[in-house]
Ligand binder design. Structure first.
Ligand SMILES: NC(=O)NC(NC(N)=O)C(=O)[O-]
Ligand SMILES: [Zn+2]
Ligand SMILES: [Zn+2]
Length: 572
């Protein structure tokens, strides 16, 4: 108990003083009724709660007397606070939830990615939280009553990825994906939090009751933490009470489509529907995510002239035929309308406190330009793109290969390069998977018909290695990856406890080896429900070694714990 409060006090002191964290190494020696406690401290620059001597039955003030270097007052305050609210803990994880039995341990590596840079450090984890991050050239020693140390040497230790755009499709379309398989794939890919989209489950998450069905379906079957976006549809825009109930039930924000979604019970909304919902979102401080495409006249093409019936089978098997049905002008017009509406989010505007987030941007031209200008004008807007827009080019998509079909479509190589530039310059804020799988029959794998196939790419498990593999030729760093995949998404979803390796945050970590490569072939285990993915056959760099969610080791070298103990997150 005394150990714990001294330690907590030291850590809180560190936090207040902007330290990366303070570690405490327990050394308790019982010498016939007397005891010795040492030492909380930081490497190198000397802040140490050095040695406290005591005897059984000693008063608190006697104990704090010998504390060195001006720590006494803050320590006393925090110690008293701790004694009032703190609880003793054991060093054992809840059974079956983790591959590691300890719940107090240190992760060490030469490459820890923190908000202050990448450096050799030990990250101390206790009861699911990061309690210290200490720069040190060598790993601390383990054993002999000391805290358990996991030394990952040269591997990269990074905050777990937060994927804000995942269609898990349960309940109702479990045959497409599911909480169990989807979150196993996430854990195996170093993703520690996913936010589930309100479609393509059945029912879609558009009311409080439907959210409860989702939460029930996820119970006990998620390997990582899962939050939920609610759906904004004309039905709940027309009845703001339903919308408020949904927000009051803990959805992280809302999602809507400005074009048909492909799912009947998720009808599209207009820019004015979105505008009507913004003040409600502002009240709750939550974002609206928008699939920004509006149906626009397309150029004169054989498809337009003759209809689908007039096309040859070969033409239907061309990605270029599909591409011509969804030109960049669809994205541009939608974003233009949205950025008009986003003016309400300005300071003093009717929706100050809300945020408009454009999902999966594909057009690197006009659509991004509108978003850039809106940001320059101080509006609360952000945008994501997905690795498939950065990895593939439309002209390279093989005939009949509908695994690449998604909306908006993958565009040409020059557009892809511009997306990379925008991401690196910061005009694109973050990445997401838009994992939207469907059974092979719906993907029309046999016929290869791009016009009939389901639009959606299956890729959740590969997000980190794909970003790294494709990013290398663009000189991407692990710090950029941590920003695009962890800290920016955490901000979007208001996940204050997640998204970085820092004192007090959830111990959500991915440990991976950027130098190792492997092939996605039949020997490689894919945990998605369906193995159909455009990354099949790729050689990927970056092997995920292990993943921790709130200090629980949920994946290690192909193994998972007996139980799936991910938490269902709530915005409340
Ligand atoms: N209903 C969907 O899952 N649609 C998804 N489909 C894609 N991206 O092709 C999406 O996010 O728009
Ligand atoms: Zn979409
Ligand atoms: Zn989607």
């Amino acid at each position: 108990m005394l150990f714990s409060f001294l330690e907590k006090s030291a850590q809180l002191y560190g936090k207040l003083h902007g330290e990366v964290g303070i570690s405490c190494d327990h050394k308790r020696k019982n010498t016939g009724g007397a005891w010795i406690y040492s030492s909380c401290g930081r490497d190198r620059d000397s802040v140490y709660l050095s040695i406290v001597l005591g005897a059984e039955g000693m008063e608190l003030t006697d104990v704090l007397g010998p504390v060195l270097r001006g720590w006494s007052l803050p320590l006393l305050i925090f110690a008293v606070g701790y004694l009032m609210v703190g609880t003793p803990h054991s060093d054992i994880q809840p059974r079956g939830c983790s591959l590691l039995e300890h719940d107090h341990f240190v992760v060490y590596s030469k490459r820890v990615v923190t908000p202050n840079g990448v450096y050799p450090a030990s990250v101390e984890v206790k009861e699911g939280r990061i309690v210290s991050v200490i720069r040190r050239r060598e790993a601390p020693r383990s054993g002999g009553g000391r805290v358990h140390v996991l030394n990952y040497e040269n591997a990269v230790v990074m905050p777990g990825l937060i994927d804000v755009h995942v269609h898990l499709n349960e309940p109702g379309r479990e045959e497409w994906e599911g909480f169990r398989t989807g979150t196993m794939a996430a854990a195996a890919g170093g993703i520690t939090t996913v936010i589930d989209m309100p479609l393509n489950s059945f029912p879609t998450t558009t009311t409080k009751e439907f959210l409860n069905l989702k939460r029930e379906a996820a119970k006990g079957s998620i390997s990582v933490d899962v939050g939920f976006w609610g759906g904004l549809v004309p039905g709940n825009v027309a009845n703001l009470t339903i919308l408020e109930e949904l927000l009051n039930s803990g959805v992280m924000g809302l999602k809507s489509f400005m074009c048909p979604s492909g799912i009947n019970d998720f009808p599209m909304t207009t820019a004015s529907d979105i505008q009507a919902a913004l003040p409600v979102l502002a009240k709750y401080g939550r974002p609206i995510l928008v699939h920004a495409e509006v149906v626009q006249p397309v150029e004169d093409t054989p498809l337009l002239r003759n209809g689908v019936g007039g096309l040859s089978d070969d033409a239907k098997r061309l990605h270029s035929t599909y591409l011509s049905t969804r030109p960049p002008s669809w994205e541009q017009e939608a974003v233009r309308q949205l950025m008009e509406v986003a003016k309400d989010t300005a300071r003093g505007g009717p929706a100050e406190g809300a945020r408009i987030h454009v999902v999966h941007v594909s057009d690197a031209g006009g659509a991004l330009q509108y978003i850039k200008e809106a940001k320059e004008n101080g509006l609360e807007v952000s945008v994501e793109t997905c690795p498939h827009y950065l990895a593939f080019a439309s002209e390279e998509i093989p005939q009949g290969d509908t695994r690449y079909k998604c909306a908006p479509p993958i565009r040409n190589a020059s557009n892809r390069d511009k997306l990379w530039e925008a991401l690196k310059q910061g005009s694109i804020d973050m990445l997401s998977s838009d994992h939207s799988p469907a059974p092979p029959e719906l993907k029309e794998i046999e016929s290869g018909d791009f016009l009939k196939a389901w639009g959606g790419i299956s890729s959740l498990q590969f997000m980190l290695p794909v970003t790294w593999t494709t990013g290398r030729s663009h000189h991407v760093t692990v710090e950029q990856i941590a920003r695009w995949w962890s800290s920016s998404p955490a901000k979007l979803a208001n996940l204050d406890r997640k998204g970085s390796i820092q004192f007090g945050k959830d111990a959500d970590l991915v440990i991976w080896d950027p130098e190792q490569s492997y092939v996605i072939d039949e020997n490689y285990t894919i945990y998605h429900k369906h193995k159909v993915t455009p990354y099949a056959g790729w050689t990927l760099s970056g092997r995920i070694i292990t993943t921790f969610v709130r200090g629980q080791q949920v994946y290690s070298e192909g193994k998972f714990p007996e139980r799936q103990c991910g938490m269902r997150l709530s915005a409340l």
